[in-house]
Design a protein around this ligand. Sequence first.
Ligand code: IPD
Ligand code: CA
Ligand code: CA
Length: 255
Amino acid sequence: MDKEKQFVSAFFEEAGAEIMASFEEKLEIETKSNRNDLVTNIDKQVETLFVKRVLEQFPDHRIFGEEGMAAEIDSLEGPVWIVDPIDGTLNFVMQQKNFTISVALYIDGMGVYGAIYEVEKGDIYTCEKGCGAYLNGKKLTPVNADDTLADHLLVANLSAIQTNERLWDAVKASRGLRLYGAASLEYMYVATGKVGAYMSANLAPWDIAAGKMIAEELGCIVTRLDGSPINMLEQGSSLVALPNVHKTLLDSYLS
Ligand code: IPD
Ligand code: CA
Ligand code: CA
């Protein structure tokens, strides 16, 4: 995996510099499915750069990206990079913080390498399956499996709560509710034990491909909101949580 790790590190450096430089420029902003679903010239530029760099170094690999800059794929057979060029585009546009670049390499549907770059902060989370997870090169400790809902903050987007109203009771039983607006970052907050769980009603594969790998490597449990496993080719709900919190949420608030 050394070549892939070096590749991602060099890509993050190049793409990060382009993103930081864009803070000084006027963004070209378009809407997609609704007025708050945005894409900018920088999202497209970063994904285009990623596709170019992957194909230079790994010509037989395929790419599954949010902005559709590579050939379409309908299976995860063989090596496939799943990329979100900017996760948290609305934060990128409105606040210039709380957004990431998220990339993961899947081979035959199994995550083997994942990396998330919180560009403005300079934090890089990485994980090679089975070899631990790292933040800026420092090994991360697995989450505490015994922590309870009462010990932690919860992150949930409003549609997750609207479709599962008993989650209000889960929020009351926790230390409170937070929302950051970038799924990959919210996955990392669970993976590093800063919050007990993150729930969303609808995420795409590129929102969670790297986050799921890193969170699982650190002992978190990742499923749909009904407890079923996630198929990395499909959109759907997402629940990532510390083990005990995952069980409590499913047994008492989501069933
Ligand atoms: C979005 C963010 C957001 C989540 C949305 C995603 P984008 O990704 O991760 O937190 O609630 O569902 O689409 O569009 O900024 O890449
Ligand atoms: Ca995203
Ligand atoms: Ca995106």
